[in-house]
Design a protein around this ligand. Structure first.
Ligand SMILES: [Zn+2]
Length: 311
């Protein structure tokens, strides 16, 4: 565990699947290949020896006084995937999830920010010879436009590159009656609401988490790498609508800067969370050290309720 984020009466706990996935800039940002500029070209964001960008793969557990919410579900272990780094992964994520002290049935809600392959995997696990919902007591929140896109001809065409990963990760959840299709701005409870973020995918969403002493915007895939803070107009090869993705990114970063709200992007390497300020034509980034707590999160009710410990 690389620590957690303390919002007062709400905790946000990263559950990391892969801490350092290295990807060629040419693959991810074909319109902006090469070395990122400035601090984004340094560790932990960039691996200078190999000339590759560093991405983290992680989910976030949001622990409120009433609910245990998992935001996104990574790649998943043991699944057949087209991308070699994802194929039949053996990450140990499930052990890291249970090491938080929570069991699968404690999770009340799973939020799927969007339906890309690296955000849905742990929605199901292999059991009794088939893929079954991993969080069988949870409603699985997904925006209606996102679900409809992936069921359309355009969504099916987009999956020709990757293979149909929704068949093993989302259809079993739908078949079990656990999918809850919501508007893109749905209130999920007193501490958590969705924020529409279309572009990367049509129904992509961010998740705003509000605690008694701070707010944190889980920005999902609104941005993937810090080079997009310096150059917010740069979208990825995997953005369904690159222009809309760029407008959503800039609008979100401007709101974060105006309000001083910290953000926690899905793929930023640890410690991942930070605040942005306008800088040149883009934004600067400062880690949210005031919210970060080192060590292991212990859920309330445990011997060190709400406190981190180093064991
Ligand atoms: Zn992603």
């Amino acid at each position: 565990m690389s620590g957690w984020f303390d919002l007062g009466d709400v905790a946000v706990v990263p559950v990391v699947e892969t801490p350092r996935l290295l990807i060629d800039p040419e693959e991810f940002f074909p319109e902006r290949p090469g070395v990122p500029s400035g601090w984004a070209a340094e560790e932990p964001w960039y691996e200078p020896g190999q000339g590759r960008l560093v991405f983290a793969m992680q989910a976030f557990l949001v622990v409120t006084p009433d609910e245990r919410i998992l935001v996104d579900a990574c790649v998943g272990d043991g699944k057949r995937r087209a991308r070699p780094e994802f194929d039949r992964l053996d990450s140990g994520w499930w052990q890291r999830f249970t090491a938080t002290g929570l069991a699968a049935d404690d999770v009340s809600t799973v939020v799927l920010s969007h339906l890309h392959v690296d955000h849905v995997g742990w929605a199901t696990r292999w059991s009794d010879g088939r893929w079954t919902p991993a969080f069988a007591k949870a409603r699985h929140v997904l925006t209606a436009p996102e679900y409809e896109y992936w069921r359309s001809a355009a969504g099916a065409a987009a999956m020709t590159r990757t293979g149909d990963y929704l068949a093993d990760s989302i259809e079993p959840v739908a078949d079990a009656g656990l999918l809850d299709l919501t508007p893109p701005d749905a209130e999920l409870g007193p501490h958590v609401r969705l924020c529409p973020a279309p572009g990367h995918t049509p129904g992509n969403t961010a998740v705003l988490v509000t605690g008694s002493r701070a707010r944190l915007l889980l920005t999902g895939d609104i941005l993937h790498h810090p080079l997009q803070l310096m150059e917010p107009d740069v979208s990825t090869r995997y953005c369904v609508d690159p222009g809309l993705s760029a407008r959503t990114r800039r609008r979100t970063l401007e709101w974060l800067a105006d309000t001083g709200t910290a953000m926690l992007p899905a793929h930023f390497a640890a410690p991942s969370a930070g605040r942005v300020t306008p800088h040149g034509s883009g934004f600067a980034f400062a880690p949210a050290a005031d919210l970060h707590r080192p060590g292991r999160y212990v859920p309330s009710g445990g011997p060190h309720a709400g406190q981190g410990s180093d064991d």
